[in-house]
Each structure stands twice: as structure tokens, then as C-alpha cells.
Write a protein of this length. Sequence first.
Length: 608
Amino acid sequence: MCGIVGYVGHQQAMPILISGLKRLEYRGYDSAGIALMTKAGLTVAKEAGKIACLEEVLGDVDCDSTQGIAHTRWATHGEPTKLNAHPHTDADHEIALVHNGIIENYRTLKQFLDRHGFVMQTDTDSEILVHLIRFNYDGDLTAAVRAALSQVEGTYGIAVVSSLHPRTIVAARMGSPLVLGRGDGENFVASDVSAMLEHTNKVVYLTDGEIATVTDTDFEVTTIQNVKIDHPVEEVSWTLDQIEKEGYDHFMLKEIHEQERTLPNAFRGRLNWEEGIPRLNGLNLQYDELRQIKRIIVTACGTSWHASLIGEYMIEELARVSVEVEYASEFRYRSPIIDENTLLLAISQSGETADTLAAMREAKHRGATVVGAVNVVGSSIARESDGGVYIHAGPEIGVASTKAFTHQVMVLALVATLLGRMRHISVQQGQEIISAIYKIPEQVGSILQAEEQIKQIANEYYKANNFLYLGRGINFPTALEGALKLKEISYIHAEGYPAAEMKHGPIALIDKSMPVVVIALQDPVYDKVMSNIAEVRARKGKIIAIATEGDTEIAERVNHVIYIPKTYRLLTPLLSIIPLQLLAYHIAVMRGCHVDQPRNLAKSVTVE
């Protein structure tokens, strides 16, 4: 969940490492540190708080170095203090290590090291690793790392340097992302390509159980069992401009606005209008295999779970296939019923979400066909699934997901339409859906034109302590996602409910100080939602309605209306979520919150 950057080459290392850390700030962190290889040996500096605090400390440090590692920490074991910040060093100050992940058997390892005279200085599980490497060191740093990791249970992405081995970084991965970058007379290690993209777009993604020995001229990858691995060098298609703010105040606002132009990437080249069918060759499933699927399990976490719920509505209606949406964190710890006719769809923006990855592996072990829907090329889910679909949202820097959500919903709409055409719906209905999909990006753009109106609504309610979001049918998951966005970045307590469930408890909360956001579109349950609105009005709740363009009736019954264009009914979440994203954003800004890096959250959750 934290960030790692490593550099060895011919340039000054410190500015490269600090710049890399800043590009990883979006992942969430509470402290930062750096280890530089200088003529005097290892120089380590670290500090609690933001990277700016670390930079102040570095003003007094000898930074003449062309090699080093750096880290941003998101606390798991031990409070976010300077002492617990990474890098950690051995007692002789000859080995330094940074670590992402959790060492599950660290208590056992600590007892082992205590017996051999090693003294722990921090409250972290990560410090165990550097002492374990020192214990196993016998002149070969890579061999010492390999021996240490063979004793470890848990997840890790690590980078290690030693004054005994200048010009070398040893990196290893198990369950926590790590990528190598190849330059000209310089090489990089990072937990995310964005940290090195300023210098190179040529990368190698490490897979679980691999160790890399990186020098300024080359790198060698082996397994923990010391079997050599030859990975192809890949080129990253993202550009530096795509991970800059481009004039927007926050990455989140930029990414909300980007949806108008990025959504076509999710369906470009995948739609055959004449046959009314999407082409998703990446699934690696033939039409007869798609027809044999009797049950679909979709597993995800957070925002991806909400997108999955929308997919459930789509697939069941269009394909008449039973769909179950499972929290990945729960799925992996029970005994699910799976057979050869079960398809598991794992959805994750990063493709590295620990719970989703574990759920996918469990389903695969039990015989299910497993496909993924991810944003990051080369991620673990992308590599380990039987097939899949990239959502093509481009880099998403804001911790609170926006464009990845709409891209996930779009891809699920393609999957649902494909399965529907295999089983249940006509060419004409497929064409109707495809025609509506083509219009979605332009319609998103028209909603973005109403941002000033949404900002005015935010100004009226940003001091509220609670919000309620209501929706019915396919718009219920949108209500959940709208509430999640608000609570993530503004820290306002918000709940999403099926509108009909309001009277089964939450209605007790409604009074004149309670804003209620209602998704009230002109669909088969419109009259029912209007009845729910009347119930809120009777208790003097303040109503913000998301309504269909042309609906004049609703304006007389609510305090505020935000209109969205008409579209195919199952595609409405792609539009109704846009004003909810903007509302959450502007409320958070007005409350003075750190929008892109909300407290306690991380972009890629790679630990349990």
C-alpha cells in the first residue's frame, strides 16, 4: 500500500528518489524516508508526515550519491513515527531495506532473532527482514535476501542496498507490486511505473517469488529457488502528461473531467453494430463456452464492488444468468460452491488488490474459469487469470476512484451484452445498446457542463454531518458509490440505501438538517421513488434529486434537481454517478479536506 523507489546509475540519486516518491503520494502514506549510498557509507534520513518534512531533514544531509532507495509508509505494525519509518538498517548500519506488505510470522522470527542477539529498534514487522538478511549474510547480498525470504510468511515488495555491495540493489516480490525500469547506464526499482516514467518507459514486472539483482548496467531476475527467469522488457503506453494535473486543482477533478474522453477507450474496437454484439477476444472464451456458463461470481472490493453490483443487474437481465457479487475479503475465507460451469470475474483497478487476488486464486484452485477486469497492464490479476478485459481508464492518481468506476461499469455492460446476445437478446436490442454506448461520452460531457450548479448545491450542504443516498434497482449501487465518494474524501458520514428500505429504519434519521440524495430517473420504478421522496419531504429532509432531462414534475417536489440525459435504462449508472462524483469533490474542497490523499486510505490495497 506504500511506495518504493530505487535508483542506481550516473545521476544524483536524491532528486530522482524524491521525485519518484512524490509521484507515489497518491497511494497514501504517513511517513517517508531515504537511504543513500555515499562515500562514507549508508546515509539514512526519515521523518513522519509528508515528503516535504523529509526534504527539510535532507537539507542538512550529505546527498552526493548516485544510488539509493526511498519509501513512503502506510502504517500497519507500529504507529506512524519517525522511528517506525523506512528504511530500516541493521545494527552495523551496512544494510538498509524498504518493505511494502505484512510479515505474518514476524513474532516467530523476532523470537528467533532475539535468541541470536539481534535487538529490534522499532515496532514494525518490516525491521525483522533487515536483521534476517544480516543473519544470513555471508558475502553475497542476493543469497542473503534469498535465504531470509525463504523463512518469511506473508507479503512483501522489498528493495535492499548495502555499503558492502555498492552499485547494487536487490529487490524481491511476493504479493506486493514491484517493477524494474531499464535506462541508459541507469536502472530503477519501484512499486509503480509512475515513479520512474519521467526517466524510462521500458519496464519488467516482477511476479511473486522472484528476486532481482539490479546494477547500473543490467539486472538479473531469479526465483527464490535460484532459477533464472528471462522477462521481456515491456513499454509503458502512459505518458508523463497523463499523470500530471494539467491545470486542475486536484487529480480527482481532472479524472472526473477526463471521463468524457477516456470512456471511448473502454469500448473502442470492441463493438460490432451490424451484429449487435461486443467483441471481447481477451476473455479467451468461445461462444459455445459462453453459452455453457450456468453461474457467474463477481468478486471485488470497495468501488469495484459497487461496479460489480451494477454488472449483476445488467448480466441477469440481458443474459438470464445467475450472478452473485461477493466481497473478495469474505469470499476467500469461506467454502464457496464452484464447479466447471462457474465463471469468476475478478474486478480491480490496480489488478493487485490482495483480497481480490486471493479470491481469484481460490476460485481457480476449485476449478472455476477465472477472468479479470483490470486497469493496469501486467498486473497480477491480468497475468494469473485465464483471460480478461482491460478497462483502459489510463492512470488514476486520486485515491477515490472515479473514472475507473465508470470504465468498469462500461466493460461490464459489454460483457452483459455479449452474454445476452449468446442467449437471450436480439440483434436489434444489441444494436440499441451499442448505439446508446456510443453516445455515453458526449452525454457525460453535457453533465460536466452543470458543474457550477453542483458546486452551488455543495456550498449549501458542505457543513452537514450526515447524508443519505437513495436509489432503486440498478441505481441502488450508484447510491452506494455516491455515498462512498462523499465519506472517503469529505469525512462526512454517508449511507447508501435502496429507497424502499428507508422506511425500515433509516427514516428515523431524517429531519430538516439531513440532506437526502435521490436518484429518481424516469424508469419502471419512477413512481415508487416519487413516493419515497414524499416520505422524505413529510419529515422536512432536504432533497437533491438526480433526474432525467425533461422531467418537470420532480422539480416541484425536491429542493434541487440535477438533470442527466436519457439513455438505455441499464446504462444510466454511467451518467447518474457523474454529478455524485462532482458533489462529493466540491463538498470536500469546501471543507478543506485533502481530496487526492484522504486520511487513512491508500490507492492500492495490497495487504489484508
